[in-house]
Design a protein around this ligand. Structure first.
Ligand code: 13P
Length: 287
């Protein structure tokens, strides 16, 4: 059964580790992430962007697929199904469709409008025990065609949003989606410490988990981050493994063109990436 992200993040916060959010795009990715979480006895959050939601035929299809997998794969570790960077309408649609967690990203609104809309989502989600992530200070880079400039969140604005009753807060600290440019300045730990001081006990979320050096990840966790999102890295390893398989000509030999064989190396690459991240985030054995 899907669970809200609340308890797993509270435990992660107390235990000083982070739960990974891995974005899903299809059945293979979802299966690979769930298998890895179960093998490693790690809690996990499956992230779904609006674009991936459309690609997978809509939120109800995803809820059906994930619930079916939890049952038929015998998954016993805590799993949350979470809308990633949702608009106001998408958050409402996911709450209705059976997601156990939603992110309402109101960071592009002014703070007053972000507060009003976040309140409404919290009221809707709260009545169903669904966790809510809010964002302050946009996270840079491109995601699903949306390009954010990236900014460092204001601690007082974070406090205003946190006090509304959100479960977790994504605050920009110089992190960006996708690959980091060569001249990236690194995470702003000073800002992170100020944000956590202004929001005591609030589980903080680090977006843009691809390409952040391991020492920065560990430091961010020590300063209050207990959920880390990874998307691009799984896409890169999936694409590289699939390309290698095709270049080796295996798709043309025997039954190598069978999608179950064609997608196997990429699926294994996702499992390897998820394992590496769960080990780095410290969530192994914490289910
Ligand atoms: P990356 O694509 O950089 O891994 O970021 C993922 C993310 O933050 C999803 O919200």
């Amino acid at each position: 059964m899907l669970v809200s992200a609340k308890d797993m993040l509270q435990k992660a916060k107390e235990g000083k580790y982070a739960v990974g959010q891995f974005n899903i795009n299809n059945l293979e990715w979802t299966k690979a992430i769930l298998q890895t979480a179960q093998e490693l006895q790690s809690p996990v959050i499956l992230g779904v962007s609006e674009g991936a939601g459309k690609y997978m035929c809509g939120y109800k299809t995803i809820v059906g697929m994930v619930n079916g997998m939890l049952e038929e794969m015998g998954i016993t570790v805590p799993v949350a199904l979470h809308l990633d960077h949702g608009s106001f309408d998408a958050a409402k649609a996911c709450i209705a469709a059976g997601f156990s967690s939603v992110m309402f990203d109101g960071s592009h609104y002014g703070i007053e409008e972000n507060v009003e809309k976040t309140k409404e989502i919290i009221a809707l989600a709260g009545s169903k025990g669904i966790s809510v992530e809010a964002e302050v200070g946009s996270i840079g880079g491109e995601e699903d065609g949306v390009i954010g400039a990236g900014e460092v969140a204001d601690p007082q604005e974070c406090a205003a949003i946190a006090s509304l009753g959100v479960t977790m807060l994504a605050a920009g600290i110089g992190n960006i989606h996708g690959k980091y440019p060569a001249n990236w300045q690194g995470l702003n730990f000073d800002a992170l410490a100020k944000i956590q001081a202004a929001t005591p006990g609030m589980p903080l979320v680090l977006h843009g988990g691809t390409g952040i050096p391991a020492d920065m990840i560990r430091k961010a966790i020590s300063l209050g981050v207990c959920k880390i999102n990874v998307n691009t890295e799984c896409q890169l390893t999936f694409a590289a493994a699939t390309r290698k398989y095709i270049e080796e000509g295996k798709d043309l030999q025997g039954k190598g063109f069978d999608p179950r064989k064609l997608l196997a190396p990429g699926t294994q690459a996702i499992k390897d990436t998820v394992k590496e991240k769960m080990e780095l985030f410290g969530s192994v054995g914490k289910a």
